[in-house]
Write a protein that binds this ligand. Sequence first.
Ligand code: NOJ
Length: 555
Amino acid sequence: MRHEQGSSSVTIESPWWRDAVIYQVYPRSFADSDGDGTGDLPGIRARLPHLAELGVDAVWLSPFYASPQADAGYDVADYRAVDPVFGTLDDAAALIGDAHELGLRVITDLVPNHCSDRHAWFLEALEAEPGSAARARFHFRDGRGPGGDLPPNDWESVFGGPAWTRTTGPDGRPGQWYLHLFAPEQPDFDWDCEDVREEFRAVLRFWLDLGVDGFRVDVAHGLVKAPGLPDVGVAARDQVKLLGVRPTPYFDQDGVHAVYREWRKILEEYGPDRIAVAEAWAPSQQRVARYVRPDELHQAFNFSYLTTPWDADALRAAVDDSLAATGEVGAPATWVLSNHDVVRHRTRLGGGLDRARAATLLMLALPGSAYLYQGEELGLPEVVDLPDGVRQDPAFGRSGSAGAGSGQEGLRDGCRVPLPWSGTTASYGFGPGAASWLPQPAEWAKLSVAAQDGDPGSTLELYRAALRLRRGLPQLGEGALEWVDGAPEGVLMARRTAAGAVGPAVLVAANTGGAAALLDVPDGAELLLSGGGEPVRGSDGGTLLPADCCAWWAV
Ligand code: NOJ
């Protein structure tokens, strides 16, 4: 990122992505240009100025490829085509062009672990004989037990239920089984097959040629499976709990890294600014860091930070762990609080809007790159009361998460409700009419972009101010973080400095405790910004930081 300080200043250049703020757009829920209730690429294009004004560096677009939408586009039928519901390839090219003109980079989602069951290769495989080259692109196996009636192994799908579905032969008799770590409509590719590797090298080039600045790699930890597809040996219902805890034969296999070494070379052919970020779940931060070794991908999402509760000690440990693990391989840390798969952090952290704002300011003050999810800049809560009948997440129902008292864990529609942009009636400017593919709560009228624009107390203006400051202060980029010891219990306090930075250090304090805390903030410190409340300077020189407040000072 380029940081400029005042007029007399020094400009610090480092690769743009090392401390970039990257905003996730979930296309079906961002902005709808044609009134069919589903967001689309022209809708996003028209709203790009909002993102430029917000001050993010890049946009990550969740999948908009041709897809039957069995998993909201994470089931791709054609990796080189745009789904008509989202627009055309020309719309994609125009969007990339407009974003670049506004100074925004564009990262697209790449889904290499599985495709759609309507992908031409899978249709061909279904028609082909067991043992054929067409079937070798996927994991087809005979079943176990008499008549092959049992799945080939004990693997459980991430969405619940067996990870295998049996095919029916042309004669109507049951045939082989195929593997799908997610929904049955998402057959896993076999990455031992050279056709698959070659196809994805070509897909990377296709989008790089179209001008994208990088990729978010879906299920980056899943491509390579253990030879022989051995049993996990753990009861099906407990397997999902192993995700990110201990190795399984289907995740985080060493063989996956060879794929990323190849991809890194392709990205570099296009210059140093094209990047890839891994969605990698692995048993430890050290294992995750293997995905961002210098010759592999550039960043990996930090799910261990996302899953850390609002607790000073736990947060400090997660930050230390992340910095140590990424530091060992020379990669920047990344930070994220919300995305399209988890309960929005305003709701998840359990402390309402103040806590959500404080958590955001803390995250934006950490060294490295941060990911924002659409709507968090409006302080949107999770929609927790969607009727079962409108839910579209394939995990709903399969995972047994439906039903009263199950909370929102594992229910992913509540964070995907279309954004409110303006107005007092649905769809609140999401589209030209009232239609939206999930119903929006009436209270969202007050949270729309138009309602918050220019209101100095709004969440939107807080995000804008934070990103403006961050851009101007290299101290808040990738530089050093030094904890300030002696902070009251429940308070995280750190100093941020950067080599070559002009001016003072930045002091950051976040109060995760249940009550206001008295801090020792140096005399002359200048309050830059606070979220979730305001620190108050007492006459005795102490500074009172309210609960669920985070503040930044220049010191
Ligand atoms: C991770 C994506 O974020 C999620 O939405 C999707 O369901 C799975 N990968 C499967 O592609």
